[in-house]
Design a protein. Structure first.
Length: 223
């Protein structure tokens, strides 16, 4: 209760009310959002998130069954060559880089972590091809630890709604963590992803028909 009281005092009332209203809209539309990437454990989630860079979740979900049929753990993955992995994941794009990353991180997991995915940001971000956003997804969606993954889509929506200045993804993450209670981070992260796909796309966006943008979209973006 005290944390919530301090949270309310730290922010202008108008922004507090805006955030509460946005969260209420998201809760009504997506009361129980699921992780959009198919996975069965921390390793398959890690690989799926890596593959989702500059690729749709739908495409990843169509590709990973072929990959995981051959190798759904680091021990089997290192038995494949980088070239074999690359051929399987080509539909996801950036296959030369991603295949090297998958093979490299699998080898490290075996050598350093007994084949297990570590549960710290530092350890995850030291793995090949794993950045802060991917690490954040695994930390919160598998290990249940506080994190707020921000990709370009969440960054775009947060700016549209006036929740951040839009200077960088890192700044957006800091702003959203400040505005949204920690216990809601994982759920809201998923809710914004689903909301963006259904109501708030990058192209062809009709702000007057968007449940949030019609109320809170920045004036300079309305046209």
């Amino acid at each position: 209760m005290l944390a919530g009281f301090i949270y309310d005092l730290m922010l202008p009332m108008t922004k507090v009310e805006k955030v509460k209203d946005i969260l209420s809209i998201l809760d009504k539309l997506y009361p129980d959002p699921k992780v959009p990437l198919m996975h069965k454990d921390a390793y398959t989630l890690l690989i799926s998130v890596l593959l989702s860079a500059q690729c749709t979740d739908e495409r990843v979900n169509k590709t990973t069954p072929f990959l995981f049929k051959r190798a759904d753990n680091p021990y089997d993955m290192v038995k494949l060559s980088v070239g074999e992995i690359r051929e399987i994941i080509k539909p996801c794009g950036l296959s030369p880089m991603k295949s090297k990353g998958i093979h490299g991180l699998s080898k490290i997991l075996i050598e350093k972590y007994n084949g297990k995915v570590p549960n710290t940001f530092e350890s995850l971000e030291e793995l090949p091809s794993i950045g802060h956003k991917t690490a954040s997804v695994v930390m919160t969606q598998w290990f249940g630890l506080p994190a707020f993954p921000v990709d370009t889509h969440i960054h775009r929506l947060a700016y549209r709604w006036g929740l951040t200045n839009g200077k960088s993804v890192a700044q957006t993450e800091r702003d959203l963590k400040r505005l949204i209670p920690e216990e809601k981070w994982n759920k809201v992260h998923l809710q914004i992803i689903y909301f963006g796909r259904e109501y708030c796309p990058a192209r062809g966006h009709v702000w007057k028909a968007c449940p949030i943008c019609k109320k809170y979209m920045r004036k300079e973006l309305r046209n």
